[in-house]
Design a protein around this ligand. Structure first.
Ligand code: SF4
Ligand code: SF4
Length: 160
């Protein structure tokens, strides 16, 4: 995290050119996908803007939200340095997982779109196409008729 740059003893490298990459996302580990439903959830995540899924070098799966920390100042320094979370204190340019100075890319594989994940699964011969059972899809014409019968003047929610 950006503020740890100030605590390292005489670092050979600095955070000055980085732009505080490590303060611009949050990520948390998720279960390794093993089923069509799992892959369908991943597709759902990835259909949202600024949400990524990645695999780290240990084979762990993560969901990542690309969103900057509210405490990140315009000068790329932490405005809440004294009370920053512990995870920020543990992260710094001396860590192997520093996103800027690390020896390797932090991601073994990273998906930014559902299409990218689908293509990757297809290349690996994984059948991810999930077809829910028992659900009844409502045709748009039927839905509009039902809304008219209820007297709805305007429908803002159109369930699929
Ligand atoms: S990603 Fe690395 S270089 Fe960039 S601010 Fe964080 S610790 Fe510093
Ligand atoms: S609390 Fe400070 S060090 Fe932690 S992510 Fe936010 S800006 Fe970065």
């Amino acid at each position: 995290m950006a503020t740890t740059r100030q605590e390292k003893e005489a670092p050979a490298v600095s955070c000055e050119d980085c732009g505080a990459r490590c303060c611009r996302y949050v990520a948390t580990q998720i279960d390794t996908p093993t089923s069509k439903r799992d892959y369908d959830y991943l597709r759902w995540y990835l259909l949202h803007r600024h949400v990524n899924v990645f695999i780290d070098h240990g084979g762990g799966w993560f969901i990542e939200f690309e969103t900057p920390c509210e405490q990140l100042g315009e000068d790329h320094r932490c405005t809440g340095y004294e009370t920053r979370p512990d995870i920020c204190r543990q992260h710094g340019i001396g860590d192997t997982d520093c996103e800027f100075h690390g020896a390797t890319e932090p991601y073994k594989m990273r998906f930014k779109t559902a299409a990218a994940l689908e293509a990757w699964l297809d290349r690996r011969g994984i059948d991810w196409r999930f077809k829910p059972r028992g659900g009844r899809r409502v045709k748009p014409a039927d839905r509009d008729q039902a809304a008219g019968d209820r007297g709805d003047s305007e429908s803002t929610c159109q369930p699929c």
